[in-house]
Design a protein around this ligand. Sequence first.
Ligand SMILES: [Zn+2]
Length: 640
Amino acid sequence: MDKLDYRELGLKVGLEIHQQLNTKHKLFCGCPTKLASLETPHEEIVRYLKVSKSEIGDVDPAAAYEIQKGRKIIYVVPKGHACLVEMDEEPPHEVNREALAITIAIAKALNSNLIDEIQYMRKIVVDGSNTTGFQRTAIVAIGGHITIEGRRVGIQTIALEEDAARKLEEGPGYVKYNLDRLGIPLIEIATEPDIDDPELAMKVAASIGLLLRLTGRVKRGLGTIRQDLNVSIKGGVKTEIKGVSLLELIPKIVEYEAMRQLRLLKIRDELRARGVKESNVSDEIVNLTDLLKNSKSKLVRRVLKAGGGVYGILLKGFKGILGTEVQPGRRFGTELSDYAKAWGGVGGIIHSDELPKYGISEGEVAAIYETLGGDPSRDAFVLVLADEEKARRALGAVIERARHALIGIPKETRGANPDGTTRYLRPQPGAARMYPETDVPPVRVDEGLLREAERIKPPLPDEFLKTLESSHGLGKELAKQLIWSDDLHTYLDIVESMPGIDRKFVASLLVITLRGLRSEGIDVSKLSRDDIVKALRLYHEGKVPKDAVAEVLKEKAQHPEKDLDAIASKYLRLSEDEVRAVVERIVEERIDKVRDLCERSFGMIMGATMKELRGRVEGRLVAAIVKEIINRVCSGGLEG
Ligand SMILES: [Zn+2]
């Protein structure tokens, strides 16, 4: 597809970044901020959750259905990781001042205005991830900005809240959480929707992430930072995309969301041009089980055998619309299917734009059209194969979604797929239902907190970029690539733990060499951070030469089952004497030529030697030895 003109599209992106703080204890109690292991002794407590329909707007619809029925919630309480506060059997203690000081430091770095008196609020949460039924959150600062490559992006709010309990598993009628994560301090930074370019969205996320890391007081590793994106285009709606963990995926996600909104608007215009109205989308759900009871389709037969049925709806005037692509590999039919899955808990839908398929014949398609009273040249239909109750809930949601196609784009919370496309998760919640937390007294920002914050305040990303360029010696391009990459923290850890290591080499290994391997088709995602650290350590300790690091990692990526040390043993560095012996042998094998060509034989000898020793010795050393031996031969003879 052609590159979208984002300015013309009126693209607007805002970010919400959530980062766990690495404090000594939790936000409202003395428990540590470390997650429990599987071996940690624990007890379990059970609660039943029942909430009114008006409160479940922002819950996964499938879960909402369960919740209305009264869902069982099991809380794992690991010893030493959760206390009576997390269990909601004791009121919260005073706010953790260390967490506040870190938040204030970050607010100052972002030029945000501190609130004089911080007041905790209760935000209603109905999925059971908080034992209290609400999350405690407070705005610490308002406004501010961050400047990235000359672009100024506004900050809306900076809040300090408690993280939710960690979901362990979910099944019919129950959900199980671990309380170890509940109450870990979480900073939430929301930007203004000032971002008008997919690359800039990534850079803002990277910069804020970097700023957080540069305090040295935040958690690292999987799940400790979570990014949400709010994306809209002119004429579209603000869509929330939750839980983006890879920075590199952000530009794709933004691009695909802009594309989706654009195409949904085109679909709306096309339907309107055909004269289709919301009222043309009928509520009628038709039982087609009898019609298809002798179908040869394996899919149909399997469902019927299990006691399910085939149910269908007609979408008048929708011919061809369901097969229209809205994101790469996702059609309007996929959008409908998401609703059927979320609301009906079914596996998906079958629609007329993809038939005949799944063993459903052309004759059967014609019969379905006839039963539904549709015109095959103008109308579309949707089938759901499931038990009746689920099928009706699924198709009810599909009908609502199809009607919305005539209005435009529904307000949705979506989840990111690994390829950057997104899927429907749930409707967007209304304005957050909040009320003051009376158990936590308001906190005045005093001198002590400000002094503590001043000590933590991180350098700005632009300043840090200069540090990487100059004192780390990376040069502008490499420093830029590194600063925007997910590997920056790996880099910082390595150069800190291996003093004196060639920092430019480490940086280019991470952002250039390993990515180069990826473009050769080698799955470098198979490499763990530990693999990379280990390979570099072997080099740092002088056990393998520089060239070997990439070779070792390449082989490890191709054969993850192999031991890294075993792979590295092939590349153990040769001593100077060993190299000399190899060069002497190679020269001897070509002695006539060398005598003839003298220094002009350098390339030939060098090539033959490196072919044998690549990865086990530095090229520079080989070159020096080759030169020395050729000189010796030409000025008197090798044997002499
Ligand atoms: Zn506790």
